[in-house]
Structure formats: C-alpha cells, structure tokens
Ligand binder design. Sequence first.
Ligand SMILES: [Zn+2]
Ligand SMILES: [Zn+2]
Length: 294
Amino acid sequence: MKQAFADTDHFVALLGTKGGPAIRTGSTNPTSSLAVLAGKPVVIDCGLGVTRGLVDQGMALNDLSLIFITHLHSDHYLELGPLIHTAWTAGLNTPVHVFGPRGIDAYWRNFVASMKDDIELRIDDEGRPDLAGLVSFTNLAEGTVIAESGFEVSVFRNAHPPLIDTFALRFSTRQHKVVFSGDTTFLPALSEFSRDADLLVHEAMLNEALDALVKRVGNTDDRLMKHLLRSHTLAQDAGKIAAQAGVKALALNHLVPSDDADFGEEDWRQAVRQHWDGTLFIGNDGMRIDLSSL
Ligand SMILES: [Zn+2]
Ligand SMILES: [Zn+2]
C-alpha cells in the first residue's frame, strides 16, 4: 500500500497538548505527537486520543512502525495498546517497534491478555496475523538508541520525580533536529541536549494559574501542588532552555493548565518572553509545525 508521507515531508504534529490524564468538556487531549522525518512517521507518547490524532494528520495506521513512550504516566501511554490494536484492524501486517521505559512490555502483555477473546476471534474468524508477534520492545536508556544513516535517536534522562525512568528524546535526520523534553522539572542540562535543534517541544505550566487549578481539581491535598512544582517546568523556564540551547523554534506542549478560561495564549507568550524572543508555538491539538519553514 502507498505510504501516506513522502521523503520530502518534515514536520511535527502536536496531537494532544494538555498535561495530565483528565479530560473535560471542551478540553484538549493528553499528550501525544507525530514527527514525520524525511517521510518516516514516528509516534511520541500515546495519551488518550492518539489514534484519532494520527489519522486526522493523514497517517495510514498500517504505516505504524516506530513508537516512543517517554515515561509511564497514564497521560503518555494509556492508548498505546488501543493504538496498536486499532492499527491491526486497519491492516497492519508489519513490525512495530516500541521504545519505552522498563515495564512498557508488561503493559503490552497485559493489554493483549485483557483483549484475548477479541484478538483470537479476529485471528480465527477474519484471518488476521498474530498481533502479539508484530510488536517488539526496547527499554530506553541514555545514549544513542537508533543510529541509521540519516536517522539517529538519542535519549537523555530528565527529572520527573518520583519516576526514575523518564526521558527526553532527540531525533536527527540529514535535514533536521527535533527535541522533545518529555515531562520534566526545569533542568538546565536539557539546553545542552537540545543544542542547535530546529525545534524544541518542551512541557510547560503557567505559574499564576496553579492555585486556581489545585482548587478546581478538588479531590487532592497539598501533594498535588508539590508534585507540580517539583516535577514540571514553568513556561518562563522552558523559554530559558530554548534561549540557552540556541534552537530555531520553541513549541510548548503538556500545558498545565489547558482548560482555564481565565488564562489564554497571551499569558503563555508573556511568561516565555521573559527569556525567549524567537519563534514560539503555543501547542494546540492538531497543530502542525513544518520543520523546513523554521
Ligand atoms: Zn504528563
Ligand atoms: Zn509525567
């Protein structure tokens, strides 16, 4: 079957841009992204909504071959199993390689076990290939995890307590370099990892909106605010990383909050502008950033 993307396609699409797993009326989706690098589609994180987000970008699901999961918080992998299963029902018949933290393969085994009746039925009744056999896993660790000619992926352990296996990713082709921060507290070392990238996709939260957010959530105690402050990055600090790294453009994703009508795009811009006056994208679901135009 014809591939959906051409060698001349170089873009990043932000499919889900809210931080955290909950969705509400009118909210955006949890985290997932598609990078198309010299026509090769790479899925980064699989929060709720990833499958619909990919097809809305024009991707044929049977082209699914490479997935990265940055860490095991549900807003980043809740839909990994459903994505692969749905791709299988859409005609997937080629290997899928998943790079993720230790434990991601156990998630997959348990997902397949939970869908055992349906999967066996479709193999027997519809002649589908063996789903489990199509998928392989590599545990992420720091360093270079893919080094093909014209396509390299390197991995950096960020800081997102209490998790330990939590990673930033850097994708390099002959034409472009793209870095995803993953979920992380402000980590100055990320500017070195992001050096001279065309695009840095960095998580961000808006300081002045956090008190209202904790009140709105309602069913937690002061641990939620403590978690936010020690595990995530303020928008102005994401700007600082971009400036120190000398990237061409910064895109904010994993926005916290994403659904407070009292705060909008201008608030995010103002926060980032304290340290970064270059090209800035405030992430929105479905936003496509053409790397060749940066
Ligand atoms: Zn997250
Ligand atoms: Zn997280």
